[in-house]
Design a protein around this ligand. Structure first.
Ligand code: FAD
Ligand code: UDP
Length: 382
């Protein structure tokens, strides 16, 4: 009865399901073990009526026109340009660390000299990663690098990853470079915003198609079996494509050991004030046990004069317990090699495709996942 099965209703699964159903005219079964759509982008009203992101703050941003236009079929957008500040010894300075942060840290005279030198060395409006800046042999730039490292990266990264910035994948800290600019936005992508009615509404529209059957609260393993290179759906041989967007080690019973992840504990608080902080997100880069506080009304634009909801994020090692979510793959040589062992197992199933942040063990933003889902659907339809 079904032509293909999609596991997981996050961006990877939902976009693939829609494409296969609509463009491929295939009958799609989508199973999701949570009781809601959206994967980690899921949002909902809390008890105070604030639209919160249950699995952490999600801001859409992309430089990929095709992705933006594709999602715009299912939502309009609330213009929102994310701005983040770091709380450093009582001062709030823009992150990514930029020319304004430089002034706040060093005073206008020293900052003028340093910014001139930075721009002469790297170029105006350039982004320089902290690891690159630390390579500088110029004593002033080296002192600047030390300052940024110690006040922005070191402690935050220790909290987030349990290790130093040098020991994590360099692409991770490169996401938040030193920016030789006055632009104090967190992202510079041409398209950014928040779905006007929220992410969950976007997913509801995307999956509202006569060729798609969605089953929520259903773990894949209760309907799908993979054995000896063949798939079974509810006990009967299934020869269609299976698109799996969950953690790949779980798919094979973690037989080579668990893939390491970081998980997060979210502490939500509703407070009887209109605004708690001056920015959507404040990063705690030199103190506190949590990494950041996000205030959701900045995203939703809701007018609620007497209340607001914030979330504090605490990062720790994922243990695999069922009440935890694997949020961040810990990308390094050993873990990538373990991932490859699982990928090789998946290779024995010719109709199985691994897609998404979990299944590919990567650190993808939403737009990257949408792009990958569109590409995968293209190849399956052809
Ligand atoms: P997911 O959203 O994780 O979806 C996978 C789904 O599969 C889940 O719903 C899961 O329940 C389901 N599933 C897994 N296993 C099974 C199974 N066995 N059976 C049935 N269902 C199963 N990206 C941005 O672009 N901007 C941001 O601001 C941003 N902020 C983020 C903040 C945090 C704290 C985190 C963790 C991520 C953030 N991201 C952000 C990244 C974004 O969450 C991912 O790009 C996106 O969720 C990836 O979609 P996905 O479908 O691959 O995975
Ligand atoms: N980072 C940091 N200090 C900051 C912001 C980021 O040290 O104030 C580092 C940290 O290692 C983090 C990485 O840069 O994990 C990427 O930050 P990003 O905000 O992209 O993380 P995400 O939103 O994906 O959690």
């Amino acid at each position: 009865m079904f032509d293909c099965i999609v596991i997981g209703a996050g961006f990877a699964g939902a976009v693939t399901a829609r494409e296969l159903a609509e463009r491929g005219n295939q009958k799609v079964l989508l199973v999701e073990r949570r009781t809601h759509l959206g994967g980690n982008a899921y949002d909902c009203l809390d008890q105070a009526g604030v639209l919160i992101h249950q699995y952490g703050p999600h801001i859409f941003h992309t430089s990929n026109r095709q992705v933006f236009e594709y999602l715009s079929r299912f939502t309009s957008w609330r213009d929102y340009q994310h701005r983040v500040v770091a709380s450093v010894q009582g001062r709030l300075m823009p992150v990514p660390f930029n020319l304004t942060s430089l002034e706040l840290a060093f005073g206008s005279e020293a900052a003028a000299r340093l910014s001139k030198k930075c721009i002469e060395t790297y170029g105006a409006e350039k982004k320089v990663t902290i690891l690159e800046l630390r390579q500088s042999t110029d004593p002033e730039l080296s002192a600047l690098a030390d300052y940024v490292y110690e006040h922005i990266f070191e402690y935050y990264t220790m909290k987030q990853w349990g290790t130093t910035p040098e020991e994590i994948d360099p692409n991770t800290t490169a996401r938040v470079p030193v920016f030789l600019s006055r632009d104090d936005r967190y992202f510079q992508d041409p398209w950014q915003g928040i779905p006007a009615d929220g992410y969950t509404a976007l997913f509801e529209r995307m999956l509202d198609h006569p060729n798609i059957e969605v089953r929520l609260g259903v773990p894949a393993e209760t309907v799908l079996t993979l054995r000896d290179g063949a798939a079974e759906l509810e006990g009967a041989a299934f020869t269609g494509a299976v698109i799996y967007t969950g953690a790949v080690d779980e798919l094979f019973g973690c037989r080579f050991g668990r893939l390491p992840y970081r998980t997060l504990d979210f502490q939500f608080e509703t407070l009887p004030v209109e605004w708690f902080q001056t920015h959507g997100t404040v990063n705690y880069t030199v103190d506190e046990a949590y990494t950041r506080i996000t205030e959701f009304k900045y995203f939703s634009g809701q007018t609620l004069p007497d209340r607001t909801t914030i979330v504090k994020e605490y990062s720790r090692a994922y243990t695999g317990s069922t009440d935890e979510t694997p949020y961040y793959a810990i990308i390094n040589g050993a873990n990538n090699a373990l991932y490859e062992q699982y990928r090789a197992l998946a290779g024995a199933y010719p109709r199985l495709r691994l897609l998404g942040r979990l299944a590919e063990y990567q650190y993808y933003n939403m737009d990257a996942i949408v792009a990958r889902a569109l590409t995968l659907a293209d190849s399956l339809i052809k």
